[in-house]
Design a protein around this ligand. Structure first.
Ligand code: ATP
Ligand code: MN
Length: 462
């Protein structure tokens, strides 16, 4: 039976007969034999395969044994005289599944830039870095589900197509089947979306939160984990047009409970990835960012700092740092401010809470002071905001006032307001950008390199 290289490297015994399939990373021809490094994506390290000259001579397709080819080997595990591995595979039979044109294969042995690799997203998963990213991503996803499942949260599936702009923030992609060359028009000359597929204008969702609140006010503790879309035309290393978001929502929970959950959640995920992907993290530590391991250990074991927004502003005002953006109570924290707080002032992740109401969405719960809302952001060193959350406004009249003060039409929110009419309870939740988490964990500079097929302005190939 075919075995995965990870299992062979971890559990293989001298003398085991094994069959492996994978893609050739490198080939070295020596006088007595040929060495192939074979990788099947199960682990960072490939399996060293030794092909004796007698086998090579008896193989008509031997010239096709090149970097990039898909090959199967059968043979026996023997002690490896070389360094780097305890055992190697002494090949007795081999089979070519798919040749790779050696002249044009773009992944040569030299290191390629991540920019270049993005242009060959169909082949870049075969590189060490992208392979390691995908394994860490998978381990993060597993850990996220495990964390919530062990605590009795239900995974709920919120819609991708939605008619409500959750944040009132714009930046939405429209979903339409109207004839774009000749769209129907209203008497006022605007596009008549009432004739569109859904009988109204529809969008790709920017968040599952409002629907998650529906589910939490029936099922108590829920979470979403799915794709989210923002048509923001910002070419940064932290923004994608399509990304994955994790959004827990808890009934009978206040901001304090929300912050505690966010902290326990991140600690759990980091611990789990340290346990399951140590080899990949060590790779990132060595090749990408030499603080990866220390950061992961710190995230897994240390408590987070906490600062109110008001305290954070005071700290920033007192710092001698020449910030590019102004600092004053009532202004939003920019990435440089967030990073200063986490990296320098606290030297660990910090949760900033109780933001000015004017900066935050209408659904965040108004505090006693009438000026701030029960919002919180988890700020991580190097990344800045990784989680944004809040306690939700559960009082009907206050919520109606908040909609009005933000100039929002309450009509489309009738069902959201209904939740405050029928069995309303304090509830809270947060949103974690999944790719930001993977980026933070791996130390990768650009968010485009932690998702298999990044969607950004101008880029939707593959
Ligand atoms: P930012 O200020 O960084 O743009 P935001 O305030 O727009 O973030 P939220 O609306 O609170 O973010 O979304 C919740 C989480 O989703 C954020 O904490 C972040 O981790 C992630 N996120 C937001 N926008 C993007 C994006 N365009 N690409 C990837 N992740 C994102
Ligand atoms: Mn944003």
């Amino acid at each position: 039976m075919q075995q995965r290289i990870k299992d062979i490297l971890h559990r293989g015994q001298l003398g085991d007969r094994v069959t492996v399939r994978g893609w050739v990373r490198t080939k070295r021809e020596l006088k007595e034999c040929t060495f192939v490094n074979l990788n099947d994506g199960s682990t960072l390290a490939g399996l060293q395969v030794v092909i004796p000259n007698t086998l090579a001579a008896a193989t008509p397709w031997i010239k096709n044994l090149t970097t990039g080819a898909a090959v199967e080997f059968r043979g026996e595990l023997v002690l490896s005289p070389g360094k780097g591995q305890a055992l190697e595979l002494h090949a007795q039979q081999m089979h070519l599944w798919g040749a790779a044109d050696a002249e044009s294969y773009p992944l040569q042995k030299k290191r390629h830039s991540f920019e270049f690799l993005r242009t060959i997203a169909h082949l870049r998963p075969r590189t060490n870095t992208l392979g390691a990213v995908m394994r860490v991503r998978n381990a993060c996803a597993m850990a996220i589900h495990q964390f919530f499942q062990e605590r009795g949260f239900l995974w709920v599936h919120t819609p991708i197509i939605t008619a409500s702009d959750c944040e009132g923030a714009g930046e939405l992609f429209t979903v339409t089947t109207l004839n774009l060359a000749q769209p129907p028009k209203t008497p006022a000359g605007e596009i008549d979306f009432s004739q569109d597929f859904f009988g109204r204008r529809a969008y790709l969702t920017v968040s599952g939160q409002l629907e998650a609140e529906i589910m939490a006010t029936a099922l108590t503790n829920v979470y979403t984990f799915g794709p989210t879309f923002r048509a923001e035309n910002s070419n940064t290393s932290r923004h994608l047009a399509e990304f994955w978001m994790v959004e827990p929502e808890m009934a009978f929970c206040d901001l304090k409970g929300d912050m505690e959950l966010a902290e326990a959640f991140l600690q759990f995920v980091f611990r789990s990835v340290l346990d399951h992907c140590a080899e990949d993290l060590a790779f990132f530590q060595e090749r990408i960012d030499n603080s990866v391991m220390a950061t992961a250990e710190q995230m897994a074991s240390q408590s987070f700092a906490r600062l109110s927004y008001t305290e954070a502003i005071q700290i920033l005002e007192k710092s001698s740092r020449p910030f590019e953006f102004p600092v004053a109570w009532g202004l939003d924290l920019q990435s440089e401010h967030e990073r200063y707080l986490a990296e320098e002032y606290c030297q660990r992740p910090v949760i900033v809470y109780d933001y000015p109401a004017t900066l935050k969405a209408f659904y965040m719960r108004l505090n006693e002071d009438g000026k701030t809302v029960a919002a919180m952001d988890v700020l991580a060193p190097k990344i800045g905001e990784i989680i944004g959350g809040s306690q939700r406004e559960e009082r009907l009249e206050v919520l109606q006032q908040r909609l009005a003060s933000q100039g929002l039409d309450p009509a489309p929110y009738w069902w959201y307001l209904d939740l405050r009419r029928y069995g309303s309870v304090p509830h809270a939740g947060f949103g974690l950008g999944f790719e930001r988490l993977v980026q933070f964990m791996t130390g990768m500079d650009n968010i485009r390199d932690v998702i298999p097929f990044p969607r950004t302005p101008g880029n939707a190939e593959f």
